[in-house]
Design a protein around this ligand. Structure first.
Ligand SMILES: Cc1cc2nc3c(=O)[nH]c(=O)nc-3n(C[C@H](O)[C@H](O)[C@H](O)COP(=O)(O)O)c2cc1C
Length: 395
């Protein structure tokens, strides 16, 4: 089956699982501890139903939105996902290219394999950069300098990784960022020949290119990964670091991973232009609520002061529509993009965009909402809206 035949994101997920050895697929798919976060995110979206309004002219439908002064063709982008070269070589640059061609943003992860300079050459107008605070703040300052020099206009600072969490699939599989492969892992990987051939052809694990300049001179992929892991996460990070990034960064600043009104207010006080309400796709705090459930309170607290966006659990166009109806201005894809690009490279990344676009387009048509501006809370229904059941006393 080719990626063009994939009907939905679940098809791409299955293709991705077939192509990758378990150790790599589980790294993409897994959450932490009992992995309650992902079903929580899905359930959060499914609590809402979308209300159709008929006999509205929907012959012309338009899903473009303006974000930070730039018109994008759809209300979603590719969010930051790290170490993607492990799933397919060059996949970050493929996401950048697909995003550029579709006129949506691509956020390069702070743990990417490709360099921001390489991605900026491909997608100069669509590239954002995501920063993890590091123990050595000089490195952060240099990363910001490089991002600015590369022409990147939006910085996303991820705050929801104060410590590394226990992703039990990774522990069980022996996944580690040092890329040392046990014989049992190699044996399983041999059942995924396309992946193993590519891995060996490129001489093993991919390097974290953005970080190579800060590790020892001539460090190999393993040594750069070890150095990165000695710097990130930085458990002593506080709002002080965010204040510093704000001072250093001349462009738009988005804080990713905010889940409470207090943190949202503090991010606004720090001068954030945007907040991405996110629980990191259920990969950090397993018992965290779904972002869609936290969104209304955060919107009420700071929605008139910053651009609020949402990610975590988006697998359908109707998830994006639900997020827009509760008030999000924009959304980001995590695993969905990874499934596509891992399964089918550039064509897979493009297929992800096509699938979401088509689902958005048809759902908006069905709802009688020809533009994104027509989507709002009046388009939502939840079981809380049920009229109370009227009963008469027995007897
Ligand atoms: C394999 C993988 C790697 C990720 N790496 C990063 C990262 O480097 N930085 C970051 O801010 N978020 C990272 N995330 C989180 C995503 O940006 C996003 O918040 C999350 O995946 C959204 O949930 P979803 O996968 O259900 O769409 C990663 C997610 C996955 C699945």
């Amino acid at each position: 089956m080719s990626v063009e035949q994939a009907i939905n994101i679940e098809d791409l997920r299955r293709m991705c699982r077939r192509r990758l050895p378990r150790i790599a697929f589980d790294y993409i798919e897994g959450g932490t501890e009992d992995e309650r976060g992902m079903p929580t995110n899905t359930a959060g979206f499914l609590r809402y139903r979308l209300l159709p309004r008929y006999l509205v002219d929907v012959s012309k439908r338009e899903q473009s939105v303006t974000l930070f002064g730039k018109a994008y063709s759809s209300p979603f982008g590719f969010g930051p996902t790290g170490t993607m070269g492990l799933f397919r070589r060059g996949s970050e640059l493929m996401l950048a290219e697909a995003a550029r061609d579709a006129n949506i943003p691509y956020v390069m992860s702070g743990a990417s394999n490709a360099s921001m300079e390489a991605a900026a050459r491909i997608a100069p107008d669509h590239l954002w950069y995501q920063l993890y605070s590091a123990t050595d703040q000089g490195i952060c300052a240099d990363l910001l300098r490089r991002a600015h020099n590369a022409g990147i206009g939006v910085l996303m600072v991820t705050v929801d990784v104060p410590v590394r969490t226990r992703r039990e699939r990774n522990i069980r599989n022996g996944f580690n960022f040092q890329h040392k492969l046990k014989p049992s892992i190699v044996a399983e990987a041999l059942r995924h020949p396309a992946w193993i051939v590519e891995y060996l052809r490129h001489g093993g694990a991919p390097i974290l290119d953005n970080w190579a300049p800060y590790a020892a001179k001539g460090a190999n992929a393993t040594e750069v990964a070890q150095f990165f892991n000695s710097q990130v996460p930085a458990p002593s990070q506080t709002w002080r670091e965010l204040d510093t990034f704000r001072k250093l960064w001349p462009g738009k600043l988005v804080v990713k991973g905010v889940m409470t009104t207090g943190d949202a207010e503090r991010a606004v006080a720090a001068g954030a232009d945007g907040i991405l309400v996110s629980n990191h796709g259920g990969r950090q705090l397993d018992r965290a609520p779904a972002p869609i459930d936290m969104f209304p309170a955060i919107d009420a607290a700071v929605g008139d002061k910053v651009t609020l966006m949402l990610d975590s659990g988006i697998r359908r166009g109707s998830d994006i529509i639900t997020a827009l109806c509760v008030g999000a201005k924009f959304t980001f894809l995590g695993r969905a993009g990874l499934y596509g690009v891992s399964a089918g490279g550039l064509a897979g990344a493009k297929r992800v965009i096509e699938i979401f676009r088509t689902e958005l387009d048809l759902t908006m048509g069905q709802m009688g909402c020809p533009t994104v501006a027509d989507l709002g809370p009046e388009c939502l229904w939840t079981e809380r809206d049920l009229a109370p059941v009227v009963t008469r006393p027995r007897g």
